[in-house]
Each structure stands twice: as structure tokens, then as C-alpha cells.
Design a protein around this ligand. Structure first.
Ligand code: FAD
Length: 156
């Protein structure tokens, strides 16, 4: 990272940044195009290794790409604000963000699917101990991105 002074390596601070992010953008490689899709997310942290969970339809472009192109990039951010003196464009953007790469896969195991949905509900809706309608549970696709690299940057 060029601006080392803005790089965050403290795991607790990284967790706080991720907790503050509303949605995560997943970037898929689709042939000679890039497909970026914003999604609600949750996560499970094991040591300093993050697994991000998402849910959606079993059909559609991202569902197809999950099978054919599992290497993904991701980005999430929070606290974006442009501040400073607008005269002479002496202003700057404040933000907190994470960027990384990972390997995406569909969660097939029902136990892990429930854990993934729990993580999404906790992060996206602040809800714990959710019960899931059996039909909806069966219909939804839960997928995960196992992080291979993650960097965090704060400009405050
Ligand atoms: C903040 C936010 C949170 C979201 N959270 C979720 C979530 O948790 N789960 C979920 O399934 N979806 C979520 N969505 C919707 C998501 O971005 C996609 O629209 C949806 O998942 C369908 O993706 P798909 O690849 O199946 O698209 P398809 O239905 O297959 O459509 C393909 C084409 O539609 C266009 N398209 C698809 N999505 C969008 C979009 N969001 N904006 C503009 N054009 C689009 C693109 O051109 C794409 O090539 C969220 C959207 C936003 C903005």
C-alpha cells in the first residue's frame, strides 16, 4: 500500500471496519469482462482468516459465475465523506475500507448454510437466533468467499 500511514493491520480495528460496512461488492471474472455485484454479507473469523457469507437466488449471472469462475475480488467500505475546502478543490475523501481476494463456493452442507445465514442476519440486520422457513431455506443459495488476502485502509 503506497500510503502505509493509512494501512490498518490491527485485527480488532479490521474487524471494526468490516462490522461498519453495509454491503460488500464481489468482483467476478466473466470471460473478458469483470462483473461486480453488491451484496449483503456476514462473516466468520477464524484466527485472522475471514470467511464471508452471502445469499441469493440459485439462478442468475452470479450463481453461474460461482460455478465457473470461483476466484473473486471484494471490496467493502464505510464512513465515506468528502471534506475540506472546495475552493481550488482542496478537499479529500474520508473512508474506511477493506479490499481482498478469495475463492467463492456454494455452501451445500445444511449446517454451514445455517451458520452462513446466521452470520448474514447478524451483520446485515443485527438479528441473532433466527428461525428459517424450511421452504425458503431450501430455495436460497448461500455461498461463501474464503479470503486469501485482505487489506484494510482508514483515512480519518
Ligand atoms: C446494497 C445492495 C445489497 C444487496 N444485497 C443482496 C443480497 O444480499 N443478495 C442478493 O441476492 N442480492 C442483493 N442485491 C442485489 C444484487 O446486487 C443483484 O442485483 C442480485 O443478486 C442479482 O444478481 P445476478 O448476478 O443474479 O443478476 P441477474 O439477475 O442475473 O442480472 C444480470 C444483469 O443484471 C444487471 N444487474 C444485476 N444486479 C444489478 C444491480 N444490483 N444493479 C444494476 N444492475 C444489476 C447486470 O447488468 C447483470 O449483468 C443487493 C443490491 C444492493 C444494491
Amino acid at each position: 500500500m503506497r500510503r502505509h500511514d493509512r494501512e490498518v493491520t490491527d485485527p480488532e480495528k479490521i474487524r471494526a471496519v468490516i462490522d461498519g460496512c453495509g454491503c460488500m461488492r464481489i468482483g467476478f471474472i466473466d470471460g473478458d469482462e469483470v462483473y461486480i455485484v453488491p451484496l449483503d454479507f456476514g462473516y466468520i473469523e477464524n484466527g485472522e482468516k475471514y470467511t464471508f457469507y452471502f445469499h441469493g437466488a440459485k439462478e442468475g449471472r452470479k450463481a453461474e459465475l460461482l460455478k465457473s469462475s470461483p476466484k473473486v475480488g471484494f471490496e467493502a467500505d464505510a464512513k465515506h465523506e468528502v471534506v475540506g475546502n472546495y475552493e481550488g478543490c482542496m478537499c479529500t475523501a474520508l473512508y474506511e475500507s477493506v479490499i481482498g481476494t478469495g475463492v467463492a463456493s456454494i455452501v451445500e452442507d445444511d449446517g454451514e448454510k445455517r451458520l452462513g445465514l446466521d452470520a448474514i442476519m447478524k451483520h446485515a440486520a443485527g438479528r441473532v437466533g433466527c428461525e428459517y422457513n424450511a421452504h425458503a431455506f431450501e430455495r436460497v443459495c448461500v455461498f461463501k468467499v474464503e479470503c486469501t488476502q485482505l487489506t484494510c485502509k482508514i483515512h480519518e
